[in-house]
Structure formats: structure tokens, C-alpha cells
Write a protein that binds this ligand. Structure first.
Ligand SMILES: [Zn+2]
Length: 220
């Protein structure tokens, strides 16, 4: 006779209620730390979208990103480096921005022959350029090709909980087959962001993020 059939229905219901009650949150829980690998991608201005994809073209959201309002678009472009070496299919992320920008990992930079500067997103003065090729046209970027500096998005409640503020630095400890602590993550705190670390593919692969057993942010 199975255990279940030896228990009467009332007993089973009581046990289930107890289990559910135990799991019910008693206080708002701190959000789970999400660590995302930001693969190579391009941000575009409205104007560059029209040059690359045709007059009147807009980005078509294909997959929402973890942060509300951001998405991977259906559109991709070819990124061409200085010696005509290229990455054929680089995803465009939306929404559009005031400046076009290309975010690559160092491995991509080596493939393209571009010595990538490490910059926070948006700080593109004196950075290398490249050529973007779309199905309908070509854009020459004078600057804007970077390796995005590792960073953590959070809202002000998260920042208060960690005891940090926008612009501070934190460490990210990852337990895996290749345990590593990344230092100097830039804190990007605002009113609405969800707690999420962005590292690039080189960093994610180096630390075997797919098989990580624990991720932890530490105040530096
Ligand atoms: Zn980010």
C-alpha cells in the first residue's frame, strides 16, 4: 500500500496547507541576483536604422530583455573592421538611442582587428569606429566601438540594501568549475532598473557561468 493511500484526504490537505504556508513570504524578499552575458550587439539611432534597413524602417522587437522596455530586435547588421575583416551577423538591440554604438568582447575585437577600449555604455568619445552594413545601406561610424565595462543595474532600493550608490564599484564572486571574482563592476543605479549584472561573452565563458552554483555581489 502506498503512503498516499494510507493517509486520509483531510490529513493530506493539512500537510499541503502547512507546506504552502511555510513557503509564503512573510516580508518582501530581496530580488535574486541575475547575472547575464551581454553578447556582441549594436545600438542604433533612428537615422541609422533608416539608412541600414530602408526609408521608414523601424526596429522590430523580437525578444524582450530582462530589463523592462529593452529588446533584441529582429534586425542584424554586419560589422566591418579596418582591414575588411568582419562579423557577419551582429544583433541590434532596441530601443534606438541618440548615438549608434557597437559593444563587442575582446575576442571579437581581435577578429576584427580593432583594439577595443573598455568604456561604460554611452561614453564613446575618442573610441574607434567601424562600418555597419545592412540590407539597404551602409553607415560609417566615426566612433562608438567599445568593450562595455562590466556593470550591475539596480534600483535605489537595491542600492540601499547593498550600501552603494550610482557610480560606485562592487565585486562579483562566481562559484563554478572556474570560480572567479570580478572586481570593479560599475554600479548603475536608477529608479526603475531590475537587479542584473552584465558581463560579456569572454567573461561569461572564462568563469563557466552556465554552470555557476552561486553568484554574489560584494561591496568593495
Ligand atoms: Zn547593462
Amino acid at each position: 500500500m502506498s503512503i498516499a493511500s494510507s493517509l486520509d484526504r483531510a490529513t493530506i490537505e493539512r500537510i499541503v496547507r502547512e507546506i504552502v504556508y511555510k513557503q509564503a513570504p512573510t516580508a518582501p524578499k530581496a530580488p535574486e541576483l541575475v547575472v547575464s552575458v551581454s553578447a556582441r550587439h549594436v545600438h542604433l539611432t533612428d537615422e541609422d536604422v533608416e539608412i541600414l534597413f530602408g526609408r521608414g524602417a523601424v526596429l522590430n522587437p523580437e525578444k524582450p530583455l530582462y530589463q523592462d522596455g529593452f529588446y533584441a530586435a529582429a534586425e542584424t547588421v554586419m560589422v566591418v573592421g579596418p582591414r575588411k575583416r568582419m562579423l557577419p551577423t551582429v544583433r541590434v538591440l532596441g530601443p534606438t538611442r541618440p548615438f549608434s554604438q557597437v559593444e563587442l568582447a575582446f575576442t571579437d575585437g581581435i577578429s576584427l582587428g580593432i583594439d577595443l577600449p573598455v568604456r561604460p555604455s554611452g561614453k564613446i568619445d575618442d573610441t574607434p569606429g567601424c562600418v555597419l552594413v545592412g540590407p539597404k545601406g551602409v553607415v560609417e561610424l566615426k566612433q562608438g566601438v567599445i568593450r562595455a565595462e562590466r556593470h550591475v543595474h539596480m534600483n535605489q532600493a537595491d542600492a540601499a540594501r547593498y550600501g552603494v550608490k550610482n557610480g560606485d564599484r562592487m565585486a562579483l564572486r562566481i562559484k563554478s568549475s572556474c570560480s572567479t571574482t570580478f572586481e570593479d563592476l560599475l554600479v548603475r543605479a536608477d529608479a526603475t532598473s531590475k537587479l542584473e549584472v552584465h558581463i560579456d561573452t569572454d567573461e561569461g565563458n572564462a568563469v563557466d557561468l552556465d554552470h555557476a552554483t552561486k553568484v554574489e555581489l560584494i561591496r568593495q
